[in-house]
Design a protein around this ligand. Sequence first.
Ligand code: NAG
Ligand code: NAG
Ligand code: NAG
Length: 471
Amino acid sequence: MQAKAEQQRRGGRLRQRLLGLAADLSVHKLQLAVTVTPAAASLLPALAVAALILLIAAARRAPAPSSLDAYRTGVAVVDPPSISAPPRGSAAAAAARVPPGCDIFRPGEWVPDGAAPYYTNLTCSLIQEHQNCMKYGRPDTGFLRWRWRPAGCDLPRFDAEAFLDAVRDSSMAFVGDSLARNHMQSLMCLLTKVAYPKDISKTTHPEFRTMHYESHNFTVAIFWSPFLVRGYQPDPARHMWAIHLDEPDAAWVPGIAGFDRVVLSAANWFARPAMFYEAGRVVGCHSCLAPGVPDLTHRHSLRMAFRAALRALAGPGAAFGGTVIVRTLSPTSHFEGGEWDKGGDCRRTRPLAAGEARVAGLDRDFHGAQVEEFARAKAAVDAGGRGRPRLVLMDTTAAMVLRPDGHPSRYGHWAHENVTLYNDCVHWCLPGPIDAWNEMLLQMLLQDLLEEIFIPRNSMEAFVFVLFWST
Ligand SMILES: *[C@@H]1O[C@H](CO)[C@@H](O)[C@H](O)[C@H]1NC(C)=O
Ligand SMILES: *[C@@H]1O[C@H](CO)[C@@H](O)[C@H](O)[C@H]1NC(C)=O
Ligand SMILES: *[C@@H]1O[C@H](CO)[C@@H](O)[C@H](O)[C@H]1NC(C)=O
């Protein structure tokens, strides 16, 4: 009984969403007209008319609010316009989208944006101390007034209502290091325009928070796991880490089981000197200078850690059935004038132009390993024919390489504080360029909304599926 009710509830939700998303069909149809074979194309007018009739019927049968959806499809309906809350899925369906075929990640450039920023340290109380650059006296604000523009299209502005609508009744986990937390805090600040979350964490550990948006039944959580696999310091005095390359970190693996989406990221911590273990035995190291132990470098540990983490999420027998979003590294290369611990700093006040920097050196190697391991995991899922979990790449690195101006530098703490904090050229000020990650994430979700319902191989299939669904 209960299962049936749940199924109906979900079915109703999908239908609502589909009705909203039907607005997209006009685009698909236009595309089809130019891309499908002549034989298939000759079917289209008939299909279109049938779909229209069925959509009208569905809209009439559905509760009053869905009439708003019908307006968007250009169909006149007799129901009076509703003045109650907009129907589920409508904000997401109405949100601005990048045109199909536009790569939002690269190439592109940062262009001036008079409307930024979305929030300040006064309107968002969820900013981590060390990223609250305004509070700690960062004198320039010009770095806030840029937005990412992919070549060939505009990345729509963040729409908090649409985001919450797209993630309604779902959950998202961020897994990684302090940059994952930086990302999640940016998201929560962007969402303050609509709602503040309630902290429903089961622990008091600051790096494991679970936040709930009651209004949209959206849960977002952060799991601290800087190596993604098991890593610890056997002897803190020696600065040497132990990384078990084949053991996905228990700090997140059981925890994410029921989540709908996982945003996976890691990079910076691999720079630390470490011994590498596999099956419990030392197999190599990074900067250990131990006789007889091969230095496999941190390129190896990062690659193997991603492989293990993706296997835990998407490999044979993995229980996770949602969407895995692999976010590529945030640049490690923004220190100028020295290494991070030797006086290096990041004091620029404006972005670099498109050709001025590219992903290079260690960043390029890390990025390459992440993209390759992502592709490898995705190929395995595809070969398995399960279609689950879905794996998507969030390739933010190229955009962020151009933003050496977006870090706290020395404005992550009071100037007079006697702290041993180095200039921070790793994290991002909030507000700041990292907010663009959530503009990107929203676009990925809008795409996901279409694909989670039916995974069409082409527009024709999508069209026919909607036709079928609405009957
Ligand atoms: C916000 O930033 C301003 C400077 O722009 C600072 O004076 C104020 O203390 C900060 N407030 C908070 C709550 O961070
Ligand atoms: C809230 O969302 C969760 C998924 O995060 C879902 O399992 C649950 O059924 C939802 N609750 C309601 C009342 O819809
Ligand atoms: C700052 O700390 C260092 C060691 O932690 C100490 O030697 C120094 O006197 C301190 N400086 C101030 C101004 O408190």
